[in-house]
Design a protein. Structure first.
Lengths: 47, 226
């Protein structure tokens, strides 16, 4: 029975931390897409 | 070395050290006689709590520096550390409750250590909510700086709560000794180092992401003006 709590606790730690890292990576991807759009807009304005 | 490269270096180091730490918890550290296997939660519960305290300390220092210098970089450092601190404190509360159920026969009790930790979580979680509610950058940074400085007062209270008041929470690290066997101390130190390196990588990545987002927003605002 005690092992169940141990397993749940370790799962909570690693799911929590990796979930946060994944959320940050998603944010980084969204930001790079935004930069690409801005870059394209700048090129269109220059042309 | 750029900030992102440094962040990758620390993340890579953490990716190497964390599996070693987990391996040591399960294959090197001895089984505790009274609590059994559930005691092994402690090896990551304590490093998470220490990382959360470090986050709130960095947030407090960044808050002071922001109020003195009014530079965006200090606000970025504050935002990053508060966010990471809230994630770490959430995990501390969850793992603590999961340890408490088989040992205390309850997930939660209004013990001084638990109550002050919950208050700490509420303070900094509300700081994050406050940040998302204010659009004006200067106002947002000032309010959250004040909140981080005032909120940090709770950190020494959490640390000392089990010593000052009557508490059922175990105090492993005492002023004159550490209540652990030597192989347990080694395992704990490896877990602590791994978590701190992971914290540094995460913190550097979050700060750089915040600054990049702010720069892109500036560019978008400039673009709409011109």
């Amino acid at each position: 029975m005690k092992e169940t709590y141990l397993v749940i606790a370790y799962m909570a730690i690693w799911i929590g931390l990796s979930g946060y890292v994944v959320a940050l990576a998603q944010r980084q991807r969204k930001l790079s897409l935004k930069i690409e759009v801005l870059n394209k807009r700048l090129k269109v304005e220059e042309d | 070395m750029s900030v992102l490269n440094r962040s990758a270096l620390f993340s890579g180091l953490a990716a190497l050290l964390l599996p070693v730490a987990i391996g040591m918890v399960f294959f090197y550290a001895p089984m505790e006689k009274t609590m059994g296997s559930v005691q092994k939660i402690f090896y990551f519960h304590l490093p998470l709590a220490f990382s959360a305290f470090l986050s709130f300390f960095v947030a407090c220092v960044s808050g002071i520096m922001y109020l003195r210098r009014r530079q965006r970089v200090w606000d970025a450092r504050l935002a990053a550390s508060v966010e990471i601190g809230v994630v770490m404190t959430t995990l501390v509360l969850i793992t603590g409750s999961l340890w408490g159920k088989p040992i205390w026969n309850t997930y939660w009790t209004w013990d001084p250590r638990l109550t002050t930790s919950l208050i700490l979580w509420f303070i900094f979680a509300s700081c994050l909510i406050l940040r998302s509610a204010i659009d004006e950058e200067g106002k947002r940074a000032t309010f959250s700086a004040v909140m981080a400085i005032v909120g940090f007062i709770d950190v020494p209270i959490v640390f000392l709560s089990a010593r000052i008041w009557r508490s059922i929470h175990p105090t492993v690290i005492r002023s004159n000794s550490v209540g652990l066997e030597s192989s347990m101390i080694v395992t704990l130190l490896v877990c602590m180092t791994a978590m701190l390196i992971f914290w540094v990588g995460l913190y550097k990545f979050r700060v750089s992401l915040y600054l990049q987002e702010a720069k892109v927003n500036d560019l978008q605002i400039d673009g709409t003006k011109s």
